[in-house]
Design a binder for this molecule. Structure first.
Ligand code: 5RP
Length: 288
């Protein structure tokens, strides 16, 4: 998959993409623009039982150094763009927040930069991506291009836009592209020359929806998911993640994965709700 790359880059990517060619990334970077989102108020506690199921964690540099044990030995995908929050008019006014050398000092396996193509600050975000690709290249550090949508782009989770945005990330040199699933998603994958992972998006209604998403993503040729809210906002995070793992790495079909999820739901695996979720919290959680 990454045959043309240097040894260093391939070695780093091997901690994100498992030997079976699939990648289960757990995204917990939301706080960088959403604040202490429901389910991720206390990151260390929220992910404690989830780590055995994942290949890599996607997170911000501050949460890595403040909440994650320095014996963590899986892939680390560091968010490298930011500077805008949900309290602003939109979330696309991002700049680079991390230098490639700082990512290396934190033992990152890759860095992630969002682009908001077609939005007011679209050009700036594309330059963020290219600047990071050029800087990261000095260290053989892989770059994940993230096709973001905010308020202005919220209706663009469709194949024409996502193909356009994913292809542009690849053309600029991203090693992996993270985008959204959509109808006709196989076309997005075919038109993007580098591997694709899919964001989970806001919480889906049922476990079947989550598992079908994961199954369909793989059937369409993507390498995996970089999923957040559908795991850690789930009433049983470990159970749903075990189901996702079963599909990505165990070859399970949706029905078998659903059975696995059900079998793991019990008092011990139930998420502890630390705070009452307000209407505002729900709205914030659904903004991208
Ligand atoms: C935030 C991100 C998230 O990592 C991404 O959206 C994945 O999380 P979720 O499954 O909750 O959508 O890039 O900008």
């Amino acid at each position: 998959m990454f045959e043309n790359m240097s040894w260093g880059k391939r070695n780093r990517l091997a901690s994100i993409v498992a030997a079976d060619g699939h990648a289960l990334m757990l995204a917990i970077d939301h706080g960088y623009f959403m604040g202490p989102t429901t389910g991720m108020e206390r990151p260390a506690e929220a992910i404690a039982t989830l780590l055995p199921y994942i290949d890599s964690l996607m997170l911000s540099p501050g949460i890595l150094s403040s909440c994650i044990s320095n014996s963590f030995a899986k892939g680390i995908v560091l968010r490298a763009s930011g500077g805008n929050t949900v309290l602003d008019a939109d979330i696309d006014d991002e700049e680079l927040i991390l230098e490639a050398v700082e990512a290396i000092k934190l033992n990152a396996s890759a860095v992630a930069v969002s682009v908001f193509i077609g939005s007011e600050h679209g050009h700036q975000t594309l330059m963020n991506l290219t600047d990071m690709i050029n800087a990261a290249s000095k260290f053989n550090l892989p770059v994940l291009g993230v096709t973001g949508v905010g308020k202005a782009l919220k209706d663009r989770k469709e194949k024409r836009y996502l193909s356009h945005a994913s292809r542009i990330c690849a053309e600029l040199g991203a090693d992996i592209v993270k985008t959204y699933y959509c109808d006709g998603f196989e076309e997005v994958v075919v038109k993007c020359p580098v591997p694709i992972v899919v964001a989970g998006g806001p919480k889906l209604d049922t476990d079947k929806d989550v598992l079908e998403l994961c199954y369909n993503v793989i059937q369409c040729g993507a390498i995996g998911v970089d999923m957040g809210r559908n795991v850690w906002q789930h009433a049983y995070p470990e159970a749903i993640l075990a189901g996702v793992h079963g599909i990505l790495h165990g070859g399970l079909k949706v029905k078998a994965a659903l059975d696995l999820v059900e079998s793991l739901k019990n008092d011990k695996t139930r998420r502890k709700e630390l705070f009452v979720e307000t209407k505002e919290d729900v709205a914030t959680s659904r903004l991208h």
